[in-house]
Structure formats: structure tokens, C-alpha cells
Design a protein around this ligand. Structure first.
Ligand SMILES: C[S@@+](CC[C@H](N)C(=O)[O-])C[C@H]1O[C@@H](n2cnc3c(N)ncnc32)[C@H](O)[C@@H]1O
Length: 239
């Protein structure tokens, strides 16, 4: 009798359903002094999401649907999240008309190939130990010419550069490899992300640095000459 081929182990997932009673909305957003970050992200999305309408938009790691009311121009919005508790919270707020809620792992997306006109992923990539595998899954769901808006946490931010220079931090913000600063929480070098995106066939058309070490500096996302020093970066990609 022959031995069946081994299934490769799936990369680990940070399970938001298993946070010892902690809730993402209450513990991270509500009354936590993050209004600037929330506002800046909405402004960034407004600027970057073009076209603002289409048939189907996929939001990956949508959580409780904080940003989902944005996508009103799309006939169908698919909210994917690993945590059922997040999706049921989103469903209570958004309802069923126009929305589809899918509890799934982004590493194994149950979405048919080439069916989405747009995709958005905000504050999720930092939980991925295998970025190329996740990006390949997302890329496969997109129709030709579809837009993908990706936010990632930039390890080459001002705070990390200062801490490294002062010897307060062991890891280098200049090295391309991702840094796992807490289990399943990574910051990324922009060059690493750019290479991973282009390896699966994305072309970057626009980049927007959004928050500065998490501190607010104006009511709009700022536009510095480069994107050195910025903590949260948005990229618009065309597949
Ligand atoms: C920090 S929250 C961000 C939620 C939302 N995007 C926002 O900005 O408010 C990260 C979300 O990603 C989800 N997530 C993490 N890893 C995932 C995976 N492998 N597949 C699907 N969802 C995942 C979590 O369940 C959680 O809801």
C-alpha cells in the first residue's frame, strides 16, 4: 500500500476568536485614542479606491466591518475573516443586503479565480508569517485589471530608526527580512513587500504613507517626499 503524499502544513493563523475575552473593537478602537488613525485610513481609502464602483469587492480580514460601509458602489461586497465573532459583529451592523460573509483563512481562500473587481486588506498582513502564500491567494481571486489596496506596517519607520540608533532595539529597520516583534505580529520593509507583490504579478500604481508612528499630525494623510519614516503604508496594485 502506498503512503498518501503529505499535505504541506498550513502557516499559523492568529485567531481573533481566541483572545481570552478581549474584543478587537472595544479593546483596540473604542475610546482608545485612535480616532486620528481611523480617520486617516478612511481618507486614504477614499483617495485610493478607484473605481469606486463595480460588481464585486473582496475585503480580506474585514474584522467587525470598520471600513466596510465604504464600498457602497459595489454590487456585492464579500467580507472574509478567520474569526466568526468578527463577522457576526459586522453582520449585525451591515446586514445582508449586498454583503456576503465568509469565515475562511486567507491562506486557503474559497473564492473562485478571477471573480473580484477590487480587493482591500487593511491591518491584516502584519499577522502573516508567509506573505508570498497569502498574496498569491489574493491575486488569484482578481479579474484582469482589478485593483487591490493593501496596507502594511512599515518596519523602516522613524521610531524604529531612532530606537535602533540609540541601541534600544536589537533588530535593524534597514534589513529587508520581516521582523516578528510579538508572536504573529510582523513589520515589513517596503522593499520586501514590493518584491513579494511583483513576484505574484501585481503592478504598483500608487503608494500613500498614512500614519506617523501611529501619531496624528493633521486631519489628512500626509504626503512626504518619500516614504521613509512612515508607519502604515498603503499601496494600490493592479493585477
Ligand atoms: C487587526 S484586525 C483588522 C480588521 C479590519 N481590517 C480593520 O482594519 O478594522 C485583523 C483581522 O484579520 C483577521 N485575520 C488574521 N489572520 C487571518 C487569516 N489568516 N485569514 C483570515 N482573516 C485573518 C483577524 O481575524 C482580524 O479580524
Amino acid at each position: 500500500m502506498s503512503t498518501p503524499p503529505e499535505t504541506p502544513a498550513a502557516p499559523p493563523v492568529l485567531d481573533y476568536d481566541d483572545r481570552g475575552g478581549a474584543t478587537y473593537r472595544q479593546d483596540f478602537w473604542e475610546g482608545q485614542g485612535r480616532d486620528y488613525e481611523d480617520h486617516a485610513e478612511r481618507v486614504a481609502l477614499r483617495r485610493l479606491l478607484h473605481p469606486t464602483h463595480g460588481q464585486r469587492l473582496l475585503e480580506l480580514g474585514a474584522g467587525f466591518g470598520r471600513l466596510s460601509p465604504f464600498y457602497t458602489g459595489y454590487q456585492q461586497v464579500i467580507l472574509v475573516d478567520y474569526a466568526r465573532s468578527q463577522l457576526s459583529e459586522a453582520r449585525q451592523t451591515l446586514g445582508d443586503a449586498g454583503y456576503l460573509y465568509v469565515a475562511a483563512d486567507i491562506y486557503r481562500l474559497p473564492i473562485a479565480e478571477g471573480t473580484c473587481d477590487a480587493a482591500v486588506m487593511v491591518r491584516v498582513l502584519h499577522h502573516f508569517a508567509d506573505v508570498p502564500a497569502a498574496l498569491a491567494q489574493i491575486r488569484a481571486t482578481l479579474a484582469p485589471g482589478a485593483v487591490f489596496i493593501l496596507e502594511f506596517a512599515n518596519k523602516r519607520n522613524l521610531k524604529a530608526m531612532l530606537r535602533y540608533a540609540l541601541g534600544r532595539q536589537a533588530w535593524s529597520p534597514y534589513e529587508e527580512a520581516p521582523v516578528e516583534f510579538v508572536k504573529l505580529n510582523f513589520d515589513f520593509h517596503p522593499r520586501y513587500i514590493a518584491a513579494a507583490l511583483s513576484a505574484v504579478g501585481f503592478r504598483t500604481t500608487q503608494r500613500l504613507p498614512v500614519s506617523f508612528c501611529g501619531w496624528g499630525c493633521s486631519s489628512e494623510p500626509c504626503r512626504p517626499p518619500g516614504w521613509w519614516g512612515w508607519m502604515r503604508c498603503y499601496s494600490v496594485l493592479v493585477g
